[in-house]
Design a protein around this ligand. Structure first.
Ligand code: ATP
Ligand code: MG
Length: 418
């Protein structure tokens, strides 16, 4: 079935509200075997009528969001009724619901809220448990303006996300299930995450073998420090795709779950009963921040030092002053000494250390802005390994990338140990 989405609201086009309905609905329609084939964002006003009219003969289902409320710019319900030639009739049940809803907030029905009580004859009411404006479902009906052609199934949903989401899940999903019947194919979607490689490198390696599996859909999404390969296909095709990716990138492929890298790191440490500490300079605590975003971090994160100044590196981690003055704070040698010191002081199983130049100032020819050294020392492997990277980007992007690479360095070591 061809499904289209119309998001109404001037605020969406002024840029003051981000259209989260598009992504949320897209994600929640997929398991029903439905995809948004076309999406339109339009301001409030008569353009909604034209947008709906355009879908006649093209779409099977149209979802419209926003404009069901009490204000003068909320006219989606009236416009749809006019287009379908339906009179509006007061609905006693909605009247009572709105009256009771307002009463709990010590407010009374006024002519504006009263508009929401009017229901186009022939439409099914979708109860709003979290607001006043009901949603509406219109089965196909002849549209005079389209020479009597049948309209798509039209579903009107309220704009506020906290009202739209439960209404969709509880009341729209059953309607859509009836409409799609058992026609939806047995396909699912998986997102395979690969760290530390570029999009092109990933796609040139896995594209051919995955597409040769038959009728599969393949897409890529590049994120800071990782590439996501999205595959849509049967469960067997997804398992085969995973095997292809894992074989192509045994070091870099890290999950098929919808979880971030730090989640995988916390899981690995938990399974192994091990702990990590960090000594952070240029990332200012981002490694610890990301690890502590994950539930269970308390079992695996021992401590994190933010040793920004040279004297902090010396006092807390025992980095020799001579090393700092000879090689500079941003150097392979100091990163290694920070990791060694952190391992010794914290007694964790692993110690990560980062030192770098976030910029925009502070760079030199030998050590340009974006330079970062990341070191890892482990109890069972005390000689620090040090990686050198160059991330030429604004400060926050630099910190993100450095953090990502540090977490990935640890993840790679852990996955070799399990
Ligand atoms: P209300 O009764 O609140 O007026 P409504 O159905 O008339 O509801 P709108 O007036 O269009 O809905 O939008 C209400 C609010 O919902 C907006 O101010 C905005 O915060 C949010 N909203 C609307 N559309 C979207 C969207 N596409 N994505 C995210 N939020 C949205
Ligand atoms: Mg409104």
């Amino acid at each position: 079935m061809r499904l289209e989405l119309i998001n109404t609201g001037t605020e969406l086009l002024l840029g003051s509200t981000i259209n989260t309905h598009l992504s949320w609905l897209g994600e929640n329609l997929f398991p029903l075997g439905l995809r948004i084939e076309r999406q339109l964002a339009i301001p409030d006003g008569d353009i909604i009528r034209l947008a709906l009219l355009e879908t006649v003969g093209r779409a099977d289902i149209v979802i419209v969001t926003g404009g069901l409320g009490p204000t003068s710019d909320d006219i989606t319900r009236e416009i749809t009724a006019t287009l379908l030639g339906l009179p509006l009739k007061e609905n006693a049940e909605i009247y009572e619901h709105i009256r009771a809803f307002l009463a709990t907030r010590k407010r009374e029905m006024n002519p504006h809220t009263r508009r929401q009580v009017m229901v186009p004859v022939g439409a099914t009411v979708l109860h709003n448990g979290f607001g006043t404006a009901p949603g509406l479902y219109f089965p196909p009906m002849p549209v005079a303006e389209a020479d009597g052609k049948l309209s798509p199934h039209i579903i009107l949903l309220p704009g506020p996300p906290r009202e739209l989401m439960p209404m969709f899940t509880d009341q729209v999903v059953p309607i859509l299930r009836t409409l799609t019947g058992h026609s939806s194919k047995n396909v699912s979607m998986k997102s395979f995450k690969i760290s530390g490689l570029g999009e092109t490198q990933v796609s040139t390696t896995v594209e051919e073998p995955i597409l040769s599996l038959g009728d599969v859909e393949l897409g890529y999404c590049a994120r800071p420090g990782e590439v996501i390969v999205r595959v849509i296909g049967t469960p067997e095709q997804l398992a085969q795709s995973e095997a292809i990716i894992a074989a192509a990138f045994p070091e870099n492929y890290f999950t098929a779950e919808d979880v971030p890298l730090e989640h995988v790191v916390v899981d690995l440490l938990t399974r192994m009963g091990q702990t990590v500490s960090a000594a952070e300079s240029c990332t200012g605590g981002c490694v610890a921040h990301r690890l502590t975003n994950i539930s269970g971090a308390s079992n695996v994160l021992n401590r994190s030092f933010i040793t920004y100044a040279n004297d902090a590196k010396t006092e807390l981690l025992g980095v020799p002053e001579a090393l700092l003055s000879t090689h500079g704070a941003v150097s392979r040698e100091v990163a290694a000494a920070m990791a060694t010191g952190c391992l010794a002081v914290s007694k964790a199983d692993h110690a990560l250390a980062l030192t770098g130049i976030a910029g925009p100032g502070g760079g030199s020819e030998k050590k340009p802005v974006g330079t970062v050294y990341i070191a890892l020392a482990s109890k069972k492997n005390p000689e620090p390994v040090v990686e050198h990277h160059l991330f030429r980007m604004e400060r926050e992007g630099f910190k993100n990338m450095a953090t990502q690479m540090a977490l990935d360095l640890l993840r790679r070591r852990l996955s070799r140990m399990v």
